[in-house]
Write a protein that binds this ligand. Structure first.
Ligand SMILES: [Zn+2]
Ligand SMILES: [Zn+2]
Length: 216
């Protein structure tokens, strides 16, 4: 891995330089590209059309995203199949069940798992690359709660120590600051509240963002 560092490595590095959870950032960028590509190429792709059909279309969130691309023809072609099936079902008075997940959600999960696993397997890199990866990850904001939860679920005890320590310290500090915020919000503690650093006066925003993540 000297000249041809893995694409994931650079994507992760770039995402860690931005505020917020790097996996959320990567997912937002890749799903955007996925839907864009889907509209321009896969709309005529039989595999994609079959996936889309078996899922009964996109979920609410991704249907909403689809509309933002303003490709009316693609939305019409996809919707045409959906409404036709619904009309058939209405006539039979029996609604079919869809067994497959939303294709964009499935793609999102694939991307999340790929990058989380890549982070967890930092020990497989060259020593210098691993050092650099640890450095840029720990200089960033770290994973949001849902993505760290997924990582733990996925890798269990295989999550490397440096990452466990970084994330757990981050969450513990967030809890401590939240406790202080709640405590100082009580009547009679206005002075202590006023003395809080500006970011601690709005720690609830940071807490909510961490608990929810930033997937668009
Ligand atoms: Zn995240
Ligand atoms: Zn979806």
């Amino acid at each position: 891995m000297i000249n041809d560092k893995h694409v994931n490595y650079f994507a992760l590095q770039k995402a860690c330089e931005k505020p917020g959870c790097p996996i959320c950032d990567i997912v937002n960028e890749r799903i955007d590209r996925y839907i864009d590509g889907m509209l321009f190429e896969h709309i005529s792709d039989r595999v994609f059309r079959a996936q889309y059909r078996e899922a009964g279309g996109f979920c609410n969130r991704h249907s909403q995203a689809l509309l933002s691309y303003r490709d009316g023809l693609a939305v019409a072609i996809l919707g045409q199949g959906e409404i036709s099936e619904k009309i058939e079902d209405f006539k039979k008075k029996k609604m079919r069940k869809y067994k497959m997940p939303c294709p964009a959600c499935a793609e999102q999960e694939r991307i999340e798992n790929e990058f989380l696993q890549f982070m967890a397997e930092s020990g497989k890199l060259d020593e210098a690359d691993e050092k650099e990866l640890i450095s840029f990850v720990t200089k960033g904001d770290g994973l949001c709660v849902p993505h760290y939860a997924r990582l733990v679920q996925l890798m269990g005890k295989k999550v490397p120590k440096w990452l466990v320590q970084f994330q757990e310290t981050k969450f513990a500090s967030l809890l401590e600051r939240t406790n202080r915020f709640i405590d100082f919000s009580a009547w009679g503690k206005q002075k202590q509240f006023e003395a809080l650093p500006p970011e601690d006066k709005v720690v609830w925003k940071e807490l909510a963002a961490n608990l929810r993540g930033n997937i668009q």
